[in-house]
Ligand binder design. Structure first.
Ligand code: FES
Ligand code: FES
Length: 155
């Protein structure tokens, strides 16, 4: 049994320590918001938070996730009201949508660590998240908007 916390809930999973965290999230727990893209840490579709850090769950083994706190797109906020989620909706960022839970999870870490990112900061931080539909300009715009929303929420 491997114990970990997923979106605030303690889970005891009867899975192999070698199983990728993405498998446990999608197949064992049925949380399908996190996507499988490449399986080899190249696309970012599978990004989740592991103890607050953005990780690629396709190459993160359960042995590493053991005892840790995992947050997926389903647990990022209570009512889809994280500033990144709100900005994504307002700007209407997705095209096919497949990459965007990973994009938002990476953006959330960026916005926490660097609340007012420049275009360059955004491009650097988001470089590992590929979008086959080329929504990069809207992603950048949405992160700036999320940054403003985050700032406003503080006041
Ligand atoms: S599926 Fe994990 S990085 Fe592509
Ligand atoms: S919106 Fe289609 S891959 Fe990003």
């Amino acid at each position: 049994m491997i114990q970990l916390t997923v979106n605030g809930k303690t889970e005891n999973l009867d899975v192999s320590p070698d199983m990728p965290l993405l498998w446990a999230i999608r197949d064992t727990l049925g949380l399908t918001g996190t996507k499988f893209g490449c399986g080899v840490a190249q696309c970012g579709a599978c990004v989740v938070h592991l103890d607050g850090e953005a990780v690629r769950s396709c190459v993160t083994k359960m042995s590493r996730a053991k005892g840790k706190n995992v947050v997926t797109i389903e647990g990022l906020s209570k009512d889809n009201d994280h500033p990144a989620q709100k900005a994504w909706q307002e700007i209407d960022v997705p095209q096919c949508g497949y990459c965007h839970s990973g994009q938002i999870m990476s953006a959330a870490v960026l916005l926490r660590e660097n609340p007012n990112p420049t275009d360059q900061d955004i491009d650097d931080a988001m470089a590992g998240n590929i979008c086959r539909c080329g929504t990069y300009p809207r992603i950048r715009k949405a992160i700036h908007l999320a940054s403003q929303m985050q700032e406003k929420n503080k006041i």
